[in-house]
Design a binder for this molecule. Structure first.
Ligand SMILES: [Zn+2]
Length: 287
């Protein structure tokens, strides 16, 4: 090696690296003008030079998003929503109802933590799983990644009830949300089975539940169904500006989180809560 070349490499701090790499040493011993340029362009380094930032810690293979996506300025929800507002962007609201199986609620919370997926749960208050999962739920609720809405206390069709019956059903669920999670579910109520009319809407509104949160597409999993059928529904309905309905009632969906993430990634979809869209990220529902 010529002294000039050696000095050039010394200046470039590459001697050590070349010494451990015979192929590079051979190439470097007969530098072409282009190679010299490349060597000269290398930054000098020393043992005390700052190291480049270490790579991001490995994420769960399910990871999809950090926080809410960019959204237009919120305009507040109307009295009845079946989908997200036109022009809201390439986002979908995944809304999960009931909670008959605590292990499914628990699995959804793990899914949210592993993926960053934002979820709105419509809580049916008398299922014990909501309180069983409280410790895991609370940090996600406090950060706004998970939103809780009202899906009544015992899941009756509101159109079958008296005024006081509707008030009792909504109030008991609201009380659970207040007491155990420190939040209100208002203004979003999801009427069980989607049964509602102008009169039931007006009774709900007396309690601050001024928005009937319906949906546009469902996983179809209020009861047990096969993975193939559920995935078919997910594939059909996970689309921009949809409000998609799922249930925390049966374990099928818990085996499909990877596939659901694949669908969202293929479509470049990001997830939102209803609060993200209608009130803006950071909206407080503390009581
Ligand atoms: Zn339901």
């Amino acid at each position: 090696m010529h002294r000039r070349e050696f000095m050039l490499m010394l200046a470039a701090g590459t001697v050590g690296a070349l010494a451990s790499c015979s192929a590079s040493q051979k190439t470097a011993s007969t530098p072409t003008p282009a190679a010299e340029q490349r060597i000269a362009a290398l930054p000098t380094s020393s043992p005390t030079a700052p190291r480049p930032p270490s790579p991001t810690p490995s994420r769960s293979p399910l990871w999809l998003q950090d926080g809410p996506p960019e959204l237009p300025a919120p305009e507040g929800p109307g009295p009845l929503i079946t989908g997200l507002p036109d022009g809201v962007g390439n986002v979908v609201a995944i809304t999960i109802d009931d909670g008959a199986d605590a292990s499914v609620i628990d699995a959804y919370l793990d899914f949210a933590a592993d993926s960053g997926v934002r979820l709105t749960f419509f809580v049916t208050g008398y299922y014990p799983g909501w309180i069983d999962c409280k410790d895991k739920m609370l940090p996600l609720v406090e950060s706004g990644q998970v939103q809780l809405g009202n899906h009544t206390w015992t899941h009756p069709g509101l159109t079958e009830l008296t005024e006081s019956g509707i008030i009792s059903e909504l109030s008991q669920c609201e009380s659970l949300l207040n007491t155990h999670f420190g939040v209100t579910g208002t203004p979003f109520v999801r009427p069980p089975f989607g049964y509602r009319n102008d009169w039931t809407d007006s009774v709900c509104a007396q309690l601050g539940y001024t928005t009937q949160a319906m949906w546009y597409g469902s996983f179809g999993d209020s009861g047990l169904l096969t993975q193939e059928v559920l995935l078919g529904e997910a594939n059909t309905w996970l689309q921009a500006e949809h409000i998609v309905l799922g249930h925390a009632n049966a374990p099928t969906v818990t085996h499909l989180y990877g596939q659901i993430i694949d669908i969202l990634r293929e479509r470049a979809l990001r997830t939102v809560t209803l609060d993200d869209v209608y009130f803006g990220p950071g909206h407080s529902r503390s009581v």
